[in-house]
Design a protein around this ligand. Structure first.
Ligand SMILES: C[S@@+](CC[C@H](N)C(=O)[O-])C[C@H]1O[C@@H](n2cnc3c(N)ncnc32)[C@H](O)[C@@H]1O
Length: 188
């Protein structure tokens, strides 16, 4: 069986270290909930668009990724843009979220239910989680991602155990996908 690391390394093999940072639209939609300083980690963050964007906003940003190819490219992008970025090569299916007491945890377009359930444990009190993942309804207009990577309707807030939901939207987003977006805070 092909591992997550191998599959994603193959996908990222031809990627280049662009200095143009394009964070997910869902993150931009929820940016109002972000603090201006603090430690932020982006889970399964690909080539680093979310983490680099958080760094541009003044947060101490960390990228967690199973693909070492993606980590190398994200490091290079940070260097070229003169941004500080920590990259952690890490498999979230076998190891828990690295670090603790994060001020911000973000996760976009990556569905791993145990990981989402554990976000609360890794946030500091008052910390913010921003999550955006497509739902099963997305299959009505798009063949991919396949069902195993898609949320059930209204599932996302339930997965964010222990967090207080401050925004929950689930609809055909302006960018064309049926996505659940949740901003949530760890209660004091
Ligand atoms: C669909 S991409 C989303 C990338 C980015 N979050 C975004 O929104 O553009 C899914 C990402 O999850 C990463 N990934 C897949 N399995 C993983 C795992 N077990 N641990 C950590 N990252 C993983 C992949 O390498 C890939 O970058």
């Amino acid at each position: 069986m092909v591992s997550d690391q191998q599959r994603w390394n193959d996908r990222y093999d031809d990627a280049t270290a662009s200095t143009t940072v394009s964070p997910p639209a869902a993150l931009l939609e929820m940016a109002q909930f972000l603090p201006s300083t603090g430690r932020a980690v982006d889970l399964a963050g690909g080539l680093g668009d979310t983490a680099l964007w958080l760094a541009q906003r003044g947060l101490d940003a960390t990228l967690v990724e199973v693909s070492d190819v993606a980590c190398t490219i994200a490091d290079e992008r940070a260097r070229l843009s003169e941004l500080e970025l920590d990259t952690v090569h890490h498999d979230l299916t076998t190891e828990s979220i690295p670090g603790d007491n994060w001020d911000v945890i973000t996760c976009f377009h990556y569905l791993d239910r145990p990981v989402l359930r554990s976000i609360s444990d890794s946030l500091r009190t008052g910390g913010i989680a921003l999550v955006g993942i497509a739902t099963i309804t997305n299959l009505e207009r798009h063949e991919r991602p396949s069902a195993r990577f898609l949320l059930e309707p209204n599932e996302l807030p339930e997965l964010l155990d222990g967090l207080e939901v401050i925004m929950h939207t689930e609809d055909w987003a302006p960018w064309g996908y049926h996505e659940a977006r949740v901003a949530a805070r760890k209660p004091r």
